[in-house]
Design a binder for this molecule. Sequence first.
Ligand SMILES: Cc1ncc(COP(=O)(O)O)c(C=O)c1O
Length: 403
Amino acid sequence: MILKEVGKTKEDIKDMYNTYFYETFKRLDFIAEKGHDTYLVDENGREYLDFMAGIAVNSAGHCNPKVVEAIKEQCETLIHASNYCYTIPQAMLAELICKSIGMEKIYFQNSGAEANEVMIKLARKYGKDNYGPNRYKIVTALNSFHGRTLATLAATGQPGSAIQHNYDPFIPGITYAEFNNVKAFEEACDEDTIAVMVEPVQGEGGVIPATKEFLQGLRKLCDERDMLLLFDEVQTGWGRTGSLMAFMGYDVKPDCVSMAKAMGGGMPIGAMCTSEKLARTFGPGAHGSTYAGNPVCCAASYAQVKEILDNNLADNSDKMGEYFRNILLKLPHVKEVRGKGLMIGVEFDKEIATDVKYNSSDEGLLITAVRPSVIRLVPPLNVTKEECDKAFEILNKVVKELV
Ligand SMILES: Cc1ncc(COP(=O)(O)O)c(C=O)c1O
């Protein structure tokens, strides 16, 4: 839909939001009407360089032509059946993903939170099935973010934060330990702990990469105590950090990995992939979802994953990430530039991230603020040097004007 076609003004649309919508976001002051490549286009045809990419979703660009074609074709063939039927896109996508990342089984979901939710459910069931009723505890990292359903909110290690406030009591059995500290995890796990769950790079927590020692240490800990290692790769997956999955870049294989965002090219799809060890934990009736693995989402995801694979977008993410991080170091008031591939956080020595975000948008660059002093840049993985240079120029101007 575009504004002209529906006969409304921008103010009408904003009024409709105010009247009818539960507003949980403070929105940027434009209507996202169209998108192409690295650009989001507003109601007046103004193009914004999109380094937010739908929050790390549009990794092969907005409205990638292959994804669009796949959606159109699938819509004309079959939009929805049910999970009582075999459907071709599901099978094609399951094989493509498992083979590409070296995992044995997949379960499709509709979002990142749902992918994590099912990962938590699987871990609990595996624990109880194999070791008895008390073996269901999970340890996650402080400062983590795993989603906003009740189980994933419990897994989110941000006690006392606004995102958790007044949603308690949470599901029991989830405790937190310090990120990048194997010893802390060792101490937090007891004989009833069945799994450890972390993001290889904490995204919402301020773009904080795990160290190799940490992830390898967790792998060792899990092997020694017969616990499962769960990676939340909802944000880091599919090339974002410079390898196909972040775990591949760290050379640490989890027992179970969740994914969403980039895999769908903009369509709502998530998944959980496991090793053979967990393959028999779910049988008929153990889990389900009406839409999960919907044919249109799977067809779109198949096209998107193929785009990422065929164009070596993980490699481009690695190269362009390094290039971009180096130039970002030249911004005024930078304390640290961190991240992996094209998942980049810039920490300023002042709490200006929200202002930088809104002022950058006014100047035609879209980014997010993940902490009061940290902005996050997650452009499409096929971003060019010229686009990174342009983003830097805008940020440079905005920060100079602010402080
Ligand atoms: C690491 C991580 N896990 C889970 C989620 C939740 O995903 P969704 O918003 O698709 O439910 C996010 C979303 O930002 C995320 O970054």
